[in-house]
Design a protein around this ligand. Structure first.
Ligand SMILES: NC(=O)C1=CN([C@@H]2O[C@H](COP(=O)(O)OP(=O)(O)OC[C@H]3O[C@@H](n4cnc5c(N)ncnc54)[C@H](O)[C@@H]3O)[C@@H](O)[C@H]2O)C=CC1
Ligand SMILES: O=C(O)CCC(=O)C(=O)O
Length: 526
């Protein structure tokens, strides 16, 4: 077994790999050309957040079986390319959470007490106590965006500073807010308006990228403090610079930037920003923890053993699973619909199997549903192995029920999502051997072959709706592959399902929403 390590990981991690009998080449900071030249020799590659593991690399990596991400975020690794080549990607999602939480608090304190600025002045041999008056945390409100592993650690620690903790995370249950003594904010704008400090702890997704931007700074309190120790771009960097210059943001603590490494960001020029070069996980403890964990995981994966933190799972090759492959895809699709259509925290998921499929071992299909359900908000960290655990950790109850009775379809999988407010349903079937179909969404009946890009609109059942949407998309050069309309009662509400060939921008969605009679429009990406 030959393992290449391209970024610094703890010696304990390297030792653990060597002890397993592997040949380990540590080439910290290896340049891209050299990496591409030699990658074909290796069975495993261990990286942190800098090495880009992409198509170009996979193309040259004929022997690669495992990519180990020594850390949490995996946005430098192309998962799809790995999965299609049977390469397992593993990471260490829990191993550095405490360090990242402590770093967030460090940035918060360092920025609002001018610690780095004062230190720099004193080092230039000037003892001057003027101009460094900061602000206290005690009695202030901190708004936490994303109450997952790190967000919740930050919350409980900041409560010890006498802060009121509020959070926005529409994807977790009320019980989790209660557990951490955090007040829930239903909408981001409320959190922004009420916060004296805002700290970000979400993954980088299409929804979170730029979520704290011009609009947020327009409604924020004057003199707010912003900390981003999650991923670059969750706070829009240009908008932040402007907000600091006009005094909306008094201080900022930034550990992560869209472009990394980076020595030219305008944020580095601003005196009331404390910038660190992505050091959130850089502690002895976190690195030992991450190093040992990634070594164990990479070795297990190379030996073909089950790795709980496998980010993708290209190893579902068992015969019984092969027979269910189309249903796995269907289950994942049905799960993925929910969070792209709704924003309510899930309390319970019930998967109902009817017809022939009820005679099969369906547990793995339920796991596919959960994987699809959680992926849009947790990114690729959810897989067949940890999907049930993820549901449990997030306080979501999962049940299955079965009936072999055959209704309108030979096989039917219905996913019921129960929230505090209501129940949502998504049903699908398999036509022929392999063809998934979405046949019902919240009581509206369809026969849709799911595609990568789809639009779902809710509208008043009145003449002209289809034409208006079609014309608008046509003008924007967005090709409609199929379009179906379903209604419950004539003249009342209807739902439209469109499969389209390309993405729809925010602006285009806004335009569709402005069509008279359209109440809701959602873009779905599978
Ligand atoms: N600076 C550093 O060195 C480090 C940074 N990180 C980053 O910190 C971030 C948080 O990591 P964890 O807490 O482990 O992740 P996690 O997956 O445990 O929690 C993320 C939370 O964000 C929520 N969320 C997702 N989309 C949201 C949205 N649109 N609005 C509000 N909430 C949303 C999820 O429901 C989830 O509860 C990640 O971006 C990770 O990559 C992690 C470790 C070190
Ligand atoms: O130091 C590193 O490897 C980056 C840590 C990080 O951002 C993560 O684990 O997500």
């Amino acid at each position: 077994m030959k393992i290449l390590v391209t970024e610094k990981i703890a010696t304990k991690g390297i030792d653990a790999m060597l002890q397993s009998g592997a040949i380990v080449d540590e080439m910290v900071g290896i340049n891209r050309e050299h990496l591409l030249e030699i990658i074909a020799e290796y069975d495993a590659l261990v990286v942190r957040s800098v090495t880009k593991v992409d198509e170009e690399l996979y193309e040259r990596a004929g022997n690669l079986k495992v990519v180990g991400r020594a850390g949490n975020g995996i946005d430098n690794i192309e998962i799809e390319g790995a999965t299609k080549r049977g390469i397992i990607v593993v990471n260490t999602p829990d191993a550095n959470s405490v360090s990242a939480a402590e770093m967030s608090i460090g940035l918060l304190l360092a920025s609002c007490r001018n610690i780095t600025q004062a230190d720099a002045l004193l080092r230039s041999k000037v003892w001057d106590r003027k101009g460094f008056k900061g602000i206290e945390l005690n009695g202030k409100t901190v708004g936490i965006v994303g109450l997952g592993r790190i967000g919740s650690l930050v919350a409980t620690r900041l409560q010890a500073f006498g802060m009121k903790t509020i959070a926005y995370d529409p994807y977790i249950t009320d019980e989790r807010f209660k557990k951490f003594g955090v007040e829930k904010k239903e909408i981001l704008e409320d959190l922004v308006r009420e916060s004296d400090f805002i700290t970000l702890h979400t993954p980088k997704t299409e929804e979170t990228f730029g979520m704290i931007g011009e609009e947020a700074f327009r409604i924020a309190k004057k003199g707010i403090v912003v900390v981003n120790c999650a991923r670059g771009g969750i706070v829009d960097e240009d908008a932040l610079v402007k907000a600091i210059e006009d005094g909306t943001v008094a201080y900022a603590g930034i550990d992560v930037l869209v472009q990394e490494p980076n020595t030219t960001s305008p944020l580095l020029e601003l005196k009331n920003v404390v910038n660190t070069p992505h050091l959130g996980a850089d502690t002895v403890e976190a690195q030992d923890n991450v190093g040992i964990t990634i070594a164990e995981e990479v070795i297990s994966a190379l030996r073909g053993e089950m790795v709980p933190n496998a980010v993708n799972l290209p190893t579902l090759h068992h015969q019984e699973v092969d027979g269910l492959r189309a249903f796995l895809k269907l289950g994942e699709t049905l799960g993925r619909l929910y969070h792209q259509l709704e924003k309510e925290a899930v309390k319970q998921v019930e998967v109902v199997y009817s017809g022939e499929i009820a005679k099969q071992e369906t547990e793995v299909i339920t796991l596919a549903v959960l994987k699809g359900l959680f992926e849009p908000v947790l990114m690729e960290r959810v897989n067949y192995v940890n999907a049930m655990l993820t549901a449990k950790q997030r306080g979501v109850m999962v049940t299955e029920s079965k009936t072999t009775e055959i209704g309108n379809y030979l096989n039917l999988v219905q996913v019921r999502i129960i929230t505090n407010k209501k129940e949502y349903t998504y049903s699908g079937t398999i036509f022929g051997k392999e063809e998934p179909r979405i046949v019902e969404v919240n009581g509206f009946e369809f026969d849709v072959s799911p595609t990568k890009y789809m639009l779902v609109a809710e509208n008043q059942d009145q003449p002209g709706m289809i034409g208006q949407i079609g014309t608008l998309l046509g003008k924007r050069n967005i090709n409609i592959a199929t379009m179906q309309v379903s209604r419950n009662l004539k003249g009342k509400n209807a739902m439209m399902f469109l499969t389209i060939d390309s993405e729809v921008s925010k602006e285009e969605k806004e335009q569709i929403k402005n069509i008279d009679g359209i109440s809701r429009i959602k873009f779905i990406k599978l």
